[in-house]
Design a binder for this molecule. Structure first.
Ligand code: SF4
Length: 208
């Protein structure tokens, strides 16, 4: 048992959990903690937001590499990026944590909930909220909304940042030498990230 792997218990005494995973750095420590606490996680990779295709492939491969290492099943859901673009249409210029992100979370967690319900999982969760760049309440609202469409399904809103979770995320990422992306994932977050770094270089206060 590793240090900092605090005790975890799933709702309703469940052992199986479907974990929506956004990337290896966010999910590595979560998967490790679940396994070390005797849970049976399954990774659900559904991220139609990630742009471009090469970045999508890279992030997915890192998740697969770690899932295989710790012997956790991996579900590869088709990404349908065109549907994602339609979903967030009109919110291209919204800031991170704004309405575009709400729609993005709802789409990804909606698909996760549907898969969980169809495949005998009573509990699902996501790695999205562990990142300090994300609004945890916004993530949890999307998860709870998705769960409401399916009877008996529970969205587990565990705060992965607590009990040393943030530090563990950093140490597992370092130990596993995960590929660490520089932007959230979509085309618009990529543009915003480039613009921030150009502003920084030019010594201009960046607009977020
Ligand atoms: S910034 Fe991140 S969460 Fe927000 S819409 Fe883009 S990919 Fe989704």
């Amino acid at each position: 048992m590793m240090k900092n792997s605090s005790f975890l218990q799933l709702p309703e005494g469940e052992i199986k959990i479907l974990l929506h995973v956004c990337c290896a750095p966010c999910s590595g420590s979560i998967l490790k903690r679940l396994v070390e606490n005797g849970m049976e996680p399954t990774v659900f990779f559904y991220n139609p937001n990630i742009y471009p295709a090469e970045e999508y492939r890279r992030r997915k491969e890192e998740v697969i590499r770690y899932a295989e290492k710790i012997k956790v099943p991996f579900v590869d859901e088709d990404p349908d990026p065109e549907q994602w673009m339609k979903t967030v249409q009109g919110y291209e210029n919204a800031p991170e944590r704004g309405e575009r992100c709400t729609l993005c979370f709802e789409m990804r967690l909606g698909k996760t909930a549907a898969y969980a319900s169809k495949n005998g999982f009573r509990v699902f969760a996501t790695s999205l909220g562990i990142s300090r760049w994300k609004d945890l309440l916004q993530v949890n609202r999307a998860g709870e909304k998705a769960a409401r469409f399916f009877s008996q399904l529970i969205y587990w809103d565990y705060n992965w940042r607590l009990h040393g979770g943030t530090e563990l995320m950093a140490s597992v990422s370092q130990e596993e030498n995960f590929y660490k992306q520089k932007y959230c994932g979509c085309l618009y977050s990529l543009h915003q990230s480039i613009s921030r770094s150009l502003s920084k270089k030019a010594g201009v206060q960046p607009a977020r």
